[in-house]
Design a protein around this ligand. Sequence first.
Ligand code: SF4
Ligand code: SF4
Length: 448
Amino acid sequence: MQEARIFHHALKVDEELCYGCTRCMSVCPTTAIRIRRGKAVVDPARCIDCGNCMEACPVDAIVVEQDDFQKIFRYAYRVAVVPSVMIGQFKEEISESRVINAIHELGFTHVYEAEFGTDILHRISGAYPIYAAKGPIISSFCPAIVQLVQVRFPSLVSHLNLIKPPLDISAHFAQRELIKQGARQEEIGIFYVTPCAAKIAAIKSPAEEESGLFNGVINMNFLFNLVRKTLVRQKKTASIPKPDRSRISPAAVTWSLTNGEAPHMKGRSLSVDGIHNVIEFLEKLESGEITGIDFLELRSCDEGCAGGILGSGNRFLTAERLRHRADSMKALDPQVLKRVDAQEDYLSRHIKLAQIRPRSIVKLDDDFQQAMRKMERIQELLGSLPRVDCGVCGSPSCEALAQDIVQGRGELNQCIFYQRSQEVLDPLRSKRNLEHMRRIWGSGKFSI
Ligand code: SF4
Ligand code: SF4
């Protein structure tokens, strides 16, 4: 039997702020949220870190954890791996060089754009490498999508491209180059500046069991504010010339946006963004309705990483600025390519993911016969539930409550329709039913 893994999730519910409004529960694409004692509770096995709950919460009760920024100073070599969308958040008059310079000023000794990893992959493989067992190939760029496939579409796991994300490739490059220049491994701290929670989870509990490349994660909105303050301070003095050549290619700059990756793939490709659109599409793929497509670029957020929950600007403006930046970019610096060539052997050995395993959320039992019996029980229970998905039971749908019951995490008398029908037969039950409701919604909601 496969050992259960503990999955790291960066999103946490602040119980002080949460008042059990159920908005997060309604939008969660993997039915990971329940209401217990009037607060949202996230099931770590089901959560895919898409951030939909955080966006939906009216009181900001869902927060993203990050490492303490001071942690960077534990290292002599402090590397920031920054997504292109970080730069796209700044107005055009603030050049990329100024943003990078400000990140240096904050304490980083080296700054790389995460999507530089796509240039590395192209350079060492001659094209973007594909390592999927089945077509259509599903991009593994967006970690929320990788988790979604693992959790909700386990039969499609073999379609995922087993290639490490560009941010990992950039980190390998940075680490290797510093070691070649004489740095010791323990002196190097690599920090990813993340636009979303899913990338934090991917770094802290990767899809395959390999980790240790990154020493910490910094939320993009946090760094954005620090950079902005630094730029204001520098305003009168800073004059940073634009480089003659670009540090990354135009294709890499727009790679994380919707339709940034698909045009570079062979054959017929398609881009879909927004987690609920992606789910609808994957349901069709699973049922065999999709034919003739070779490559699927799927992004959890609208406008790709420009729409990440840790972005500070308008996602459409960020995406437009990055496209504009790509259009006006100079040729990729040949010196950069020489540096990549110098590490080709090492990098070639570190671009592939060994495996991505399914993580089924509805695994009912290890024993097949038992699992079948539980499946039948779910159907039976669904027959007695009203199927109105009202959420009063504290589960997002009648089906989710039925699953909770057979998995020993719920009771039929959480259903208000069931309670009322029982009270008709036995009026004395109403007191007990009120207790059930208090367990779900907390006492405060019954003190009217
Ligand atoms: S991050 Fe996404 S999957 Fe996780 S609880 Fe929130 S909405 Fe559900
Ligand atoms: S959206 Fe979720 S976390 Fe926010 S207050 Fe409502 S129940 Fe609580």
